[in-house]
Design a protein around this ligand. Structure first.
Ligand code: AMP
Ligand code: MG
Length: 348
């Protein structure tokens, strides 16, 4: 799997500082949600402070992953899915993520829908087998999709229809990033960049005492080739979803891992969507939704939301078309990023 962004070169001093001068420390927290690790860069004054912060962050990663992963049999989400049709006890963290997922589903008119699990499974098998899912099975899976059928209590989640399943893959990474950022802050860290494979949170300032710089990746570039758009963020979250992250080609067609809940088929509207928001859970879920929505409608939705910006990229005739929300380019490195492309909102 590709990483969705690249880190710009910065002065890196790893674990070699005992004096009181601030230095940049970089760590990788244990793998979660498959092959993705959480990368933490932070500025602090002693090895001991850095270690304490990273231990707190690591504890969050494994705790949340053990609650939310569908691929861990003992997780709460696995239990909720096994017990579809009846009420299941759930922790405050799981309840919080499921509640937010339902809010984003309402906001996006169902483009983001965590009950898409049965269809995700069919397309995952299809990707592995290299052949399209059986239309009948797909129709059955589609019949089990619908966030309206989730009931959330103070400490329970109920999937009302037997056979339903939830998949938090489009939102959990963002929640983990938020929790790691909070854990770092709780140990006294003020300046850090937490990144989980392209979804992250920029806390405070970087080693040059400037907003953190996050380069966006080209959705059709080789390896980690950049898009020449660099976000400059301080106390903001970002997330990117892309059809290039995980996909397969069957009979020459590209099939993405993001499913349009209304059709049960892979989304085809956009090649990538980047969202900047106050928290990473929101950025993550909205980025996934923007890959499903018609790009103009998605950008219009984001324009109606406070403190949220986005860039959606579509590809037509092998050319990239960028559609940005009205304040997006104010968050980039240089106003020259703002293309003269007619698809873009005019500069203010
Ligand atoms: P992301 O990389 O954040 O866009 O999340 C993609 C993952 O979200 C997929 O691998 C699925 O687990 C899940 N997913 C796919 N389609 C949707 C959808 N329409 N709404 C919510 N989650 C989805
Ligand atoms: Mg997402």
């Amino acid at each position: 799997m590709k990483r969705a962004r690249w880190l710009l070169p910065a002065l890196i001093v790893v674990g070699a500082c005992n004096a009181a001068a601030p230095a940049l420390y970089r760590y990788y927290l244990p793998a979660m949600l498959g092959p993705i690790a959480v990368e933490v860069q932070m500025i602090t004054t002693t090895d001991a402070r850095a270690r304490r912060a990273v231990q707190a962050g690591s504890a969050e990663v494994s705790q949340i992953n053990n609650l939310l992963s569908r691929y861990i049999e003992t997780s709460e989400v696995s239990r909720i899915n096994r017990k579809s049709g009846s009420e299941t006890h759930a922790s405050a963290q799981t309840v919080k993520v499921v509640r937010r997922a339902i809010e984003i589903a309402r906001l996006t008119d169902g483009a983001f829908d965590i009950t898409v699990g049965p269809a995700v499974d069919l397309w995952r098998d299809a990707r592995r087998a290299g052949e399209l899912p059986d239309p009948e099975e797909l129709e059955q899976a589609r019949g089990r999709v619908g966030y309206q059928q989730i009931t959330v209590g103070d400490n329970s989640v109920t999937l009302e229809k037997p056979g339903m399943s939830i998949d938090l893959g489009g939102i959990a990474k963002g929640y983990i990033v938020d929790r790691v950022a909070r854990a770092l802050r709780d140990t006294g860290i003020e300046d850090a960049l937490v990144d989980a494979g392209g979804d992250g949170y920029a806390m405070g300032l970087n080693a040059q005492a400037e907003p953190w710089r996050i380069g966006l990746e080209h959705p059709r570039g080789e390896g980690r080739s950049p898009l020449d758009i660099v976000l400059r963020l301080s106390d903001r979250a970002y997330a990117t979803s892309g059809d290039y992250r995980q996909y397969t080609e069957i009979d020459g067609e590209r099939y993405s891992h993001i499913i349009d809940p209304r059709t049960g088929r892979p989304a085809r509207e956009a090649a990538s969507a980047t969202v900047v928001a106050p928290d990473c859970m929101t950025a993550d879920a909205l980025a996934t939704a923007l890959l499903v929505m018609p790009p103009e409608a998605g950008v219009e939705l984001v324009d109606s939301l406070e403190d949220i910006e986005c860039l959606v990229i579509t590809i037509r005739d092998d050319e990239l078309h960028k559609i940005a929300s009205s304040g997006f380019y104010d968050l980039t490195d240089d106003a020259r990023d703002r293309p003269a492309d007619t698809d873009d909102h005019p500069p203010e």
